[in-house]
Structure formats: C-alpha cells, structure tokens
Design a protein around this ligand. Structure first.
Ligand SMILES: [Ca+2]
Ligand SMILES: [Ca+2]
Length: 294
C-alpha cells in the first residue's frame, strides 16, 4: 500500500507503475505465505475404530479437536462453548470422522428418500429448513481440487447425504459478481460409493439428558444435550477410484460446519476462521488444511 500512497499513479510513467505494482505484489507474497497456517496433523490409527457413535477409541483421544466455533454471520460473536467439536483419523483404507454436537433442541428430518449403493442405502437428510429449526452437521472434504469436492451431511437421526460438488471454473467465477447457490452444481445422483469390501459406515449416539434418558430429536418440549457421530469413508471412494490410497504427507482441506436452527433462523458455525461472507463452497482454498501423519 505504501507504494500507492507515496506518489499518485498519474505522476508515473506506465512502465514505472507496472514495476511498482510487481514489486508490491512480490513484497506481499512472503507475508501471504507466512500467514497460511501449517496443516494440522491427522494421525494414523493402528486400531480400527468401531463406528457406533461412541467416541471412546484411542484414536479419538489422540486426535486434535477441531473447534466448530466461527459464526458464518460475521455480526455474531463466537460462542464461549463450541456448538460442535470434530476429530479426524485415518488408516490405509479409510478416513474417519467423529464429532460431538452440543444442542438443547435437536431437530433431525429425513426426506423419505434413500441414496447409496444397493447394499449400503442411506436415508437422506433434509439439508435446509429454517422454519422447522433444522439441525445438520456438514463436512466439506477436498483432496485434489478446490473446485470439485465432497459435501457430507449427517444428522441426529443418522441420515446421511454425500454430495459431489462442482463449482464454476476460475474464469467463469470472475464473471459472476456474487457467486451463490444457483452457480453450484450438486451432483445428487453421485453418492460416495463403497470400495469392494471397504464400506462407508455411519452412526450416531444421543447424549443423555440430566435424567439419564437419551436426548430426543424432534421433541421441542424437553431439553436435549446433543449427540455424537462417527463416519467411516473409504479412501478410494473419496478419491474417485484412484488405485492407490494416500500416503503420509498427503494434504487435504476439510471444513466442519454445524447448522443449528433457532427460532426459525439458520445459524451456521464452521471450523474456518475469517472465511468470506459467501457459501462455504466458494472458500475451499481458505478451509483449514490437514496433513496425514503417523
Ligand atoms: Ca466408536
Ligand atoms: Ca438445535
């Protein structure tokens, strides 16, 4: 910025202006690179977690908690208690996700339809219904590209959506003043497949209420505490049938999101700090990054 203010652009020759601009860009580069946070580790688990919604496995104790605490509505303050904590683990066959949602009124609605391969059909979750105070957990997972990636929805009734997302190209995006829902291609007929004997698994467990009974989704007259969820995603399905599974050092972008419906308002929090005021799909390059480690 200093280069632009020390002399007005009109007083300089075009070549000088261009060099100044280039110098400015180059001067900014290291700062940008330094500003990018280091990828957080995802530890490899030697013991396969049981996908039952209980997060009592060693891999979940070891995994770094991902705080889903940043409001999408930038006029809101981050809550003192994250409404969701997510965790990630991996082995040669799978990427494992776990999470805990804290919510006093759980709402989980199904569409009545199923998706998935014939032997692994999944009831579909309603993904947006503010009038019904709908709740939802979302994971955005991008391995090779920030333009095509998976969007996964899971809820307290164990409904699951796996959507293949495709965004416009960078050249197309440049011509769109305010990218929104209508510019995203949701490949809804393209579910996350199984990989032979390596199958997607999903589970939830409702957390107990103070009286010891499980929380009760879709009953507004009592006070819930929340639920925990576990997902097992075959690597080669995530990577669209690539022959090899990812190696140590592989970097991926992953954004965890919680939608909480409160008094007919859809309130979103995510694990991404400082994301632009757009749909999460458009900020894949700024989602938190992770690196597969031992
Ligand atoms: Ca478990
Ligand atoms: Ca809720």
């Amino acid at each position: 910025m200093e280069l632009e203010t020390t002399a007005t652009a009109t007083t300089r020759a075009p070549m000088e202006r261009a060099i100044s601009r280039l110098a400015f860009i180059l001067a900014c580069l290291p700062a940008v690179l330094l500003a990018a946070p280091k990828p957080a580790p995802i530890h490899r688990t030697a013991t396969v977690p049981i996908i039952d919604g209980r997060l009592n496995e060693a891999c979940w104790k070891k995994a770094q908690p991902i705080r889903v605490v940043h409001p999408h509505d930038q006029t809101r303050k981050p809550p003192a208690t994250p409404p969701m904590i997510a965790k990630v683990a991996w082995d040669a066959d799978y990427l494992y996700l776990a999470y805990e949602v804290t919510d006093a009124n759980l709402v989980a609605l199904g569409t009545g339809r199923e998706a998935g391969p014939p032997k692994n059909r999944r009831p579909q979750a309603v993904e947006y219904a503010p009038k019904k105070d709908l709740d939802l957990v979302e994971f955005f997972i991008a391995v090779d590209s920030h333009r095509v990636f998976w969007e996964i929805h899971h809820n307290a009734a164990n409904h699951l959506n796996t959507l293949w997302i495709e965004l416009p190209t960078a050249a197309q995006l440049e011509k769109i003043p305010k990218p929104g829902y209508s510019h995203i291609t949701f490949h809804r007929n393209r579910h996350l497949p199984d990989d032979g004997p390596r199958t997607l698994q999903r589970a939830i467990r409702l957390k107990p209420k103070p009286n010891g009974q499980p929380s009760t989704p879709n009953q507004p007259n009592d006070r819930d505490t929340g639920y925990t969820g576990e997902l097992r995603l075959p690597w080669r399905s995530l990577l669209l049938g690539r022959k090899t599974t990812p190696a140590i050092g592989t970097i991926l972008s992953l954004l965890a999101v919680q939608l909480n419906g409160v008094q007919e308002r859809a309130i979103y929090h995510s694990s991404g700090d400082g994301l632009p005021n757009l749909m999460y799909h458009y900020s894949a390059a700024q989602w938190p990054t992770f690196q597969l480690t031992d």
